[in-house]
Design a binder for this molecule. Structure first.
Ligand SMILES: [Zn+2]
Length: 476
């Protein structure tokens, strides 16, 4: 019997605000336990929540970027349940009337084509605290710093059909949200968390089977592996003529296994009701349109534009649009250099290398694209060699001086002086008699070796074209 998997996702995304959703406590990650708390997020009697408008704006951006319809009126509701990391005894979320519904998002599939998923709804909610199991021996600690942190929950329709597709969708979504600058999407710090629903049905049929819920999927590989295991488990049940039981399963990344968590609470168990402390959230059409007007150009569109506008190969355009910061840097460099392909070579080569080595975001890279262009010009006009150019780039980063000043101070300009060139060339030829003989016998690839040696001896100051010409003359 052949079965088809039906997968839907719930993605919790932490919004990039400085303050919590209903109080002014900091949302910074890694603060001392229970240091960023106040009467509001601790749920002390009489404390009243005040909605963070920045969070609303980021949530609306998210909704628009996923082609959802943003509703003028949405309602905050209390989701009631007991858990040690939830001091109020309820979580403020949105239930019957979410912020936005009816969107669509597609991402490239690794096997080609795109994986397209409808977005059922996006709602705003506050995060719970964190139970810490590894801090105290024989006890669980509770850290409430995260309590009240603003989230959006993105709920998809069950449009995914495979674990690889789910992973590809999530990777695309993360990339999209990073461009949007609504979240840092840092999975290790819990800024992007995923739950998945999965069921099987006979291939070719429409009716949905009984689904199970997978929780704690906090890495892309975890999502994929957990889904693979759960699909196998359900298939074995069904093949043996048993029914799939409706349940919640927890992914244990360390052990690479899934295990039952608790029987699924139905939504009515939460006794949702509108929060009496918060008025309905009204987002006017004009506000929505203003936010829509500020949406960035997204990675896919930007990659295509880079290919067309700057004549870049698809691969280069993909590398340069990997993050919004790098794409912005490249565009400024291309404008300053006046040649997209040349700018792309420098950004993809030396600039990216320095960024990676220094662990920097392109936004904080101290080399202004205009200064990069000055350096590129020195190389293009053959004042310095390409090799020296890379050295100068590092010096600019370390000293903050201009490329021209560094070339001047360190005497790096290429030497076209006949005597000096002659001296370097003969020095290198004299010290490699065997290679000279092989070159004379027709082993042409050794020319590159000799040019390299002369460049080394001259500390990069020799003009490589001139060196090459002289070497040929010398051995012919
Ligand atoms: Zn607070």
């Amino acid at each position: 019997m052949s079965w088809e998997a039906v997968i839907g996702l719930e993605v919790h995304v932490q919004l990039k605000t400085a303050e919590k959703l209903f109080c002014p406590d900091s949302t910074v990650f890694g603060a001392d336990p229970n240091s960023n708390v106040c009467p509001v997020c601790l749920g002390l009697p009489g404390a009243l929540p005040v909605l963070n408008q920045q969070a609303v704006e980021l949530a609306v951006r998210t909704a628009l970027a996923l082609e959802c319809r943003v509703h003028r009126t949405s309602v905050f509701a209390r989701k009631n349940y007991f858990y040690p990391d939830l001091p109020k005894g309820y979580q403020i979320s949105q239930f019957e009337r979410p912020l936005a519904t009816g969107g669509l998002f597609s991402a490239p599939h690794p096997e080609g084509g795109r994986v397209e998923v409808r977005i059922r709804r996006i709602h705003m909610e506050e995060d719970a605290g964190k139970s810490v199991h590894d801090r105290l021996p024989h006890a669980t600690a509770v850290d409430l710093n995260r309590t009240g942190t603003p989230l959006v929950e993105i709920v998809t329709e069950p449009d995914l059909r495979s674990p690889e597709g789910a992973r590809a969708f999530l990777q695309g979504l993360k990339h999209h949200l990073e461009y949007l600058e609504v979240s840092d999407c840092n999975m290790e710090e819990g800024s992007l968390r995923v739950d998945a629903n999965v069921s099987l049905r006979r291939s070719g049929t429409e009716a949905l089977g009984t689904k199970t819920e997978l929780k704690n999927l906090n890495t892309f590989s975890g999502v994929e592996k957990a889904l693979v295991l759960e699909i196998e488990r359900q298939r074995a049940e069904l093949d043996d003529g048993r029914a799939v039981e409706h349940q919640t399963l927890l992914w244990d990344g360390a052990r690479g296994e899934i295990r039952p968590m608790r029987t699924k609470e139905e939504s009515h168990d939460y006794r949702y009701f509108p929060d009496p402390d918060l008025p309905p959230l009204i987002v006017e059409e004009s506000e929505v349109e203003a936010i829509r007007g500020q949406l960035p150009e997204f990675p896919q569109a930007r990659r295509l534009r880079f290919q067309e506008e700057f004549g870049l190969p698809e691969y280069d355009a993909g590398v340069l649009t990997a993050t919004r910061g790098l794409a912005d840097y490249f565009e400024r460099a291309a404008a300053a250099v006046g040649d997209g392909k040349l700018a792309s070579n420098w950004v993809m080569g030396p600039v990216l290398q320095e960024l990676n080595q220094r662990g920097l975001d392109p936004k904080e890279f101290p080399l202004d694209p205009v200064v990069l262009a000055e350096l590129v010009e020195l190389v293009q006009s053959e004042v310095i060699s390409h090799r020296v150019g890379r050295k100068v780039l590092v010096s600019v980063l370390e000293t903050g001086k201009s490329p021209a000043a560094i070339v001047e101070e360190e005497g790096l300009a290429q030497v076209k002086d006949e005597d000096a060139l002659e001296e370097w060339v003969s020095q290198v030829l004299d010290s490699h008699p065997d290679e000279v003989q092989r070159l004379q016998e027709g082993e042409d690839r050794l020319l590159g070796f000799f040019v390299g040696q002369v460049m080394r001896v001259s500390e990069g100051k020799a003009d490589p074209k001139e060196v090459s010409r002289r070497l040929r003359d010398a051995v012919s």
